[in-house]
Design a protein around this ligand. Structure first.
Ligand code: GTP
Ligand code: SPV
Ligand code: MN
Length: 593
């Protein structure tokens, strides 16, 4: 196929990659409906996609990924900078020459007899000064169809790129999906990504975590802006004014749910409304008003399926009724889908996420229940289908951010909400975020690890320099967003969540807005400002007596241990580690007595 562009460097690169992979043909993706139909038909003929019940779920498909390929492979993800120190202690590092060589061997001849698709895509609205263009090469139709939902793709992007525009080179191939031959390589110095041996999510949709976080965070440091693992939402107040919040929680810790929040019954009378700008990634920069402004570079949701229902996330349920790709969920006999925590009855029979017969109550060799859907099963759906979509999603300028939230899954210790004393204290709070591991990445579930700013798996350079960048941004900001830490996941001694979460989290967002507007006082504790229980509106919520107090309590003894752990954690960083954060660490120690 003749290249629909006169961009010589782009054409040369596509040819160079094709020479390595040896596809039978090259297809340039233009983004049309016709092209989409054709790709869907082809994917159905090979089994890559299963067409779902088109009456009940129009435009929807099921994809089953290889059972060894169901989450991000952090151990196989590398930052390949010339100097090891530029990748820092938190990243796997490989020397670029070695990295290219190893991946080239796996790519070599891997597309024989198959098609190489060329996907031009824009992260952020096409033509916005803040958007970045990438071109992904892939042999996976599933990837093409997902990228079509997750980003803006096709001829328009090529036109924007012109004959000489710069773009991130994103090379992807499934090869044989053997984890021993899987590598997800980032070359920030070459503006290049090479991913081979996985067809799954963040490993394969290279615009998302690879470009919009790892490469973009590196560019942001260089160019003076930030790429963060954050949702963006607008809260429309009864007055009609909308304030915007950005929140960083680790993978599978509640970003999508918070971004689409529906006000609970008890707060409805107040007339709040939530507008969704983004559920996973925020690009933020300082505007001429010296405030922080954010855009969502994505155009779709790649959301966690299990637990999604009309009670937990009604907006998501509505958003995934059409034009949605489901990955690794269960298939019912009527060709609709099911998952643990879905609406309605548990089906009497189904095919599980691997396509094996499944019945309720089935147990495996170890006696544990067999799950119908994989815990990290996902939906891919256009943001435009979300009833709470913000009217500012496509605006080139983005939205002004009033507050930044950090959070994680902590069964103990971290109160429901607390506020930083000022920016650098907030950066310190972010740099020490810890969370229990979830199914979004391969590895041990439940293990608590530090995940600074929820960016541990996504920062494309040395984390010490990243912390410094946060401090520097604060110095440049005149209208600094206030910084908070939230924890929806505190449990009682039987392991039950103390806080109902989901829509009820609006009660906490309300307090956060009150603080931004200086409407309420707060209790000054050693770790930050904690709400007076009376300032959290719990109308219509049946919390057992004393629960709110427990949720807001700060255990000094436990926090002393936590602070010591922060100190140990910081030791892994070298001299580039900002002294401002060491100072914060010492101040916390002093305040704890
Ligand atoms: P990624 O897409 O991996 O980045 O995840 P995410 O941060 O968007 O998480 P998501 O909103 O998909 O939620 C992940 C899991 O946490 C789901 O199983 C939710 O049901 C659960 N969850 C979300 N919000 C809450 C909450 O407020 N309380 C409790 N207990 N669980 C929640
Ligand atoms: C995450 O793991 O944070 C996700 C899913 O949002 S993935 O696209 O696989 O990274
Ligand atoms: Mn995520």
């Amino acid at each position: 196929m003749k290249a629909p562009t006169k961009h010589k460097k782009l054409i040369a690169w596509v040819n160079e990659m094709a020479k390595i992979c040896q596809p039978e043909k090259i297809v340039w993706i233009n983004g049309s409906e016709e092209e989409k139909k054709k790709l869907e038909e082809e994917a159905i003929s090979t089994g890559e996609l299963i067409r779902l019940n088109q009456k009940k779920l129009p435009g929807c498909f099921l994809h089953r990924s290889d059972p060894s390929d169901v989450a991000r492979s952090e151990k196989l993800t590398y930052i390949c900078t010339k100097r090891k120190n530029d990748a820092g202690p938190n990243n796997n590092w490989m020397e670029p020459k070695e990295a290219y060589k190893r991946a080239r061997e796996i790519f070599s001849g891997s597309m024989k007899g198959r098609t190489l698709y060329v996907i031009p895509f824009s992260m952020g609205p096409i033509g916005s000064e803040f958007s970045k263009i990438g071109v992904e090469l892939t042999d996976s139709i599933y990837v093409v169809l997902n990228m079509r939902i997750m980003s803006r793709i096709g001829q328009e992007v090529l036109d924007q790129l012109g004959t000489n525009g710069s773009f991130t080179k994103c090379m992807h191939g499934k090869a044989d999906l053997n984890p021993d031959k899987r590598l997800i390589l980032h070359f920030p110095e070459d503006n290049t990504i090479w991913s081979v041996g996985s067809g799954y999510g963040g490993n394969a949709l290279l615009g998302k975590k690879c470009l919009a976080l790892r490469i973009a965070s590196y560019l942001g440091k260089k160019e003076g802006w930030m790429a963060e693992h954050m949702l963006i939402l607008g809260i429309e107040k009864p007055s009609g004014q909308i304030q915007y919040i950005a929140a960083a929680f680790p993978s599978a810790c509640g970003k999508t749910n918070l971004a689409m929040l529906v006000p609970p019954e008890g707060l409805k009378r107040k007339g709040y409304r939530i507008w969704t700008v983004g559920d996973d990634i925020a690009w933020m920069r300082i505007d001429s008003d010296r405030g922080l402004w954010a855009v969502n570079p994505e155009a779709g949701f790649f959301g966690v399926v299990p637990g999604t229902n009309s009670k937990s996330n009604p907006n998501a349920v509505k958003a995934i009724q059409k034009n949605t790709i489901y990955t690794n969920v269960a298939l019912k006999p009527d060709m609709t889908v099911w998952w643990e925590g879905a609406d309605g009855e548990i089906p009497e029979e189904a095919l599980d996420w691997r396509g094996r017969p499944w019945k309720p109550g089935m147990v495996d060799e170890t006696g544990s229940p067999v799950r119908a859907a994989h815990p990290n099963s996902r939906f891919t759906a256009p943001i435009s289908q979300c009833p709470s979509i913000s009217f500012r999603l496509d605006q080139h300028h983005g939205v002004p951010i009033s507050a930044i939230l950090f959070g994680g899954r902590r069964a103990r210790l971290a109160p429901l909400v607390y506020e930083a004393f000022e920016w650098n204290h907030g950066v310190y709070m972010g740099s020490t975020v810890a969370s229990e591991k979830t199914a979004a990445a391969e590895g041990t579930l439940g293990e608590v690890r530090r995940d600074p700013m929820a960016m541990l798996p996504f920062c494309g350079y040395n984390m010490a320099d990243y912390f410094q960048h946060w401090v520097d941004m604060g110095n440049r900001l005149e209208k600094k967003p206030r910084i908070f830490h939230v924890n929806w996941f505190r449990t009682d001694k039987n392991g039950n969540f103390l806080w109902p979460g989901y829509g009820e989290n609006l009660r906490i967002l309300e307090w956060i807005l009150y603080r931004c507007e200086e409407k309420v006082e707060a209790v000054k504790t050693p770790i930050g400002y904690v709400p007076y229980p009376k300032d959290i509106d719990i109308t219509g919520l049946s919390l057992p007596k004393g629960t709110l107090q427990e949720l807001l309590s700060v255990n000094i003894h436990e926090w002393r241990q936590e602070q010591e752990d922060h100190e140990k954690y910081f030791k892994q960083f070298d001299s580039a580690f900002p002294h401002e954060l060491l100072k914060e660490c010492n101040s916390l120690k002093r305040r704890l007595g």
